[in-house]
Design a protein around this ligand. Structure first.
Ligand SMILES: NC(=O)CC[C@H](N)C(=O)O
Length: 633
């Protein structure tokens, strides 16, 4: 990915189902859960760079003993910072007496993060600031054990304002307006209600105070609480939570927009945002990992029982295709195949654009996430060439001569490693005139890989959002190789609409495809379409989200995808470069063929799976026209 598109958040949850001593005996460590959590988080570091956090709950502690620990960090290397911080205490204990590091009783009484229930989170913020206070997990503390709640999620809701107002209506006074706090308080409210009801019930049955909370802990109906609190959430979410007494959950949105995978056996229950992460951390096979059903919650009771429970009826599946194209790590069994298919599917259009001139074309990719689709593109080119060789051989009268055979068989796609990504140099002195030049050097090239003035240079990238790095850096540096033409291939279709479900792409002006369509409208004397779209958007601004229509589609409607691609190519071509620049995008249809299980495509099509999406795109368009540079949710 050449654009600095923002990653998702990632979650990791572990419940150790056996007493800690079991892991000491079997694996030789009292830190089995903590180490696995570290691994799960490290392997998902791609999902969030703003910060990270972990929480832990110890089961069956005595009153007066601490049982919830949490640590968060916005250090440039937050995962390392967190585990350094946690492990420091263990080093101290080890210095004192190494035996104590295997004494689970001592550890539970004397050190944090030695419980049985772990929750980790990696954050890329889509709401609010990048402060440590915005890092998950969030805590809602209480002196009654069953009222304690810890929450972390990969999510974005379109109706946080609405939900916030409901909190006010019921008389709450939230100390801040953040989406995670709003969700936490929403669940917290129904948790309180459930507690009150159960306490009353057991009081009337004559239980004493201590036993009452024991009974509450055993009988609290987590699915009911989740139903009540999530009923009106509009958005994408994989929301994880822990309760003070030891129950836990992970709830997935009804369209399955955000991913969640899990594994369970007699020792552990593990949940993460990506499947191969669990495979690697616990040495498991692909089919041992389950995907959490949309609209369902995984409920992990304190007693160790695990079940998937329907919370909200699943809706039309719209699992995020961007996870497959770019966000999730490419080492997932399915995702690797899908990325290769994405590359393979663009081949016919690529061949057409280069006039089928394989002899004078060099193929490469933008490091590193486009590597999977590059392999697919090569396979597609090989298929094409094989087809040609077959035809050529058949066309020969009689037996081909050795020379003919060699010539035909030797034809292959010319593949080179062209672009190299060097270490990030983030700390440029900003306003300096030399800055652009420095930015241009973030990528480098392999000299001598292209025949000057003669070759087409084809490079595949996974997607193009704003295209800034392409324009400022990549195209300029590729032009130094003096190809006749540079063809940039995007394994994703044109990004035309904002995301409001957890990817930070919330402004129309951030999309080169949108810029291109607006420019085309203006240049062709059709500005009235923009005005009309603005008028209609404004008119429905105050309507309930269910009634809002995505009129922004009308901005793109007059043009074919190819016309917009051509305009994008024009706009992204830097001044003073020699090569002709073309851009070929994946079609939406081919995207669906490549990633059949993840049909969520609203950023490409404007078809939002929830009503709130239409409200967001409406707002984003109004913001754009009115010159407001802010998020639309
Ligand atoms: N990318 C995400 O899932 C973000 C989670 C949440 N909306 C936050 O900003 O903290």
């Amino acid at each position: 990915m050449s654009d600095a598109i923002k990653h998702e958040c990632g979650i990791a949850l572990i419940r150790l189902k056996k007493p800690l001593q079991y892991y000491v005996d079997k694996y030789g460590t009292a830190f089995y859960g903590l180490n696995k959590l570290h691994l799960l988080m490290e392997k998902q570091h791609n999902r969030g760079q703003d910060g990270a956090g972990v929480a832990n709950i110890k089961l069956d502690m005595e009153p007066g003993e601490r049982y919830i620990s949490r640590y968060r960090s916005i250090d440039p290397k937050p995962i390392q910072d967190i585990f350094d911080h946690i492990n420091k205490r263990f080093y101290e204990i080890g210095e004192e007496n190494p035996e104590l590091l295997k004494d689970v009783h001592y550890l539970k009484k004397n050190a944090g993060f030695t419980g049985e229930l772990f929750l980790g989170h990696l954050r890329y913020g889509t709401f609010g600031r990048n402060s440590i206070e915005s890092c998950h997990p969030f805590l809602r503390q209480n002196n009654w054990i069953t009222r304690n709640l810890v929450v972390a999620g990969n999510f974005n809701l379109t109706n946080v304002d609405e939900l916030f107002d409901v909190l006010l209506e019921i008389g709450q006074h939230p100390k801040e307006k953040s989406d995670t706090v709003t969700v936490l308080e929403k669940i917290g409210h129904f948790l309180d209600v459930a507690n009150d009801e159960l306490v009353q019930k057991y009081q009337s049955l004559g239980y004493n105070s201590h036993d009452i909370y024991q009974k509450v802990a055993e009988n609290i109906d987590i699915p009911q609480i989740l139903k009540q609190s999530s009923e009106v959430w509009d958005g994408g979410y994989a929301m994880a939570g822990l309760f003070g007494h030891g129950d836990a959950f992970v709830l997935r949105d009804p369209n399955g927009i955000r991913p969640a995978f899990y594994f369970e056996d007699e020792e552990v229950c593990v949940v993460a945002s990506e499947r191969p992460v669990i495979q690697t951390a616990f040495n498991l096979k692909y089919d041992q990992i389950k995907e959490l059903t949309p609209g369902h919650a995984l409920i992990i009771k304190k007693n160790g029982t695990v079940s998937e429970v329907e919370i909200n009826a699943p809706k039309a599946p719209a699992k995020c295709s961007f996870e497959r194209i770019y966000f999730s790590r490419g080492n997932d069994y399915d995702i690797y195949q899908e990325r290769k298919n994405l590359g393979r599917n663009v081949v016919p259009n690529v061949l057409k654009t280069i006039g089928y001139d394989l002899d004078n074309s060099v193929f490469s990719f933008i490091p590193n996430t486009a590597e999977g689709s590059f392999y697919g593109m090569i396979k597609g080119l090989e298929d094409y060439l094989n087809e040609q060789k077959y035809e050529q051989l058949l066309a020969i009268d009689g037996k081909p001569s050795p020379e003919q055979l060699k010539e035909i068989l030797n034809r292959r796609a010319r593949i080179e490693k062209i672009a190299i990504k060097d270490a990030k140099a983030r700390t440029f002195i900003t306003q300096d005139d030399a800055r652009d030049d420095m930015v241009a050097q973030v990528y480098d090239i392999t000299y001598g890989s292209v025949v000057r003035g003669k070759d087409n240079l084809v490079v595949i990238d996974d997607s193009i959002v704003r295209g800034t790095t392409l324009k400022q850096s990549i195209l300029r540096i590729l032009d130094r190789l003096e190809p006749k033409r540079i063809l940039v291939v995007s394994s994703a279709p044109q990004i035309r609409y904002p995301d409001c479900y957890g990817i930070d792409m919330a402004k129309m002006g951030d999309f080169i495809a949108f810029d291109a369509a607006i420019t085309l409208l203006k240049e062709s004397g059709r500005k009235h379409i923009i005005d009309e779209c603005y008028r209609k958007s404004k008119e429905q601004e105050k309507l309930p989200k269910e009634q809002i229509v995505n009129y922004v589609k009308e901005i793109y409607a007059p043009f074919t995808a190819e016309e917009i691609s051509a305009q994008i190519a024009k706009m992204l071509t830097p001044e003073n470069i020699k090569a002709e620049v073309n851009i070929v995008y994946q079609t939406v249809e081919d995207l669906h063929k490549a990633c059949p299980g993840n049909t969520g495509d609203w950023y490409f099509t404007g078809n939002y799976p929830t009503p709130g999406g239409n409200k967001v795109v409406n707002k984003a368009f109004i913001n754009y026209i009115e010159g407001k540079n802010e998020r639309a949710y």
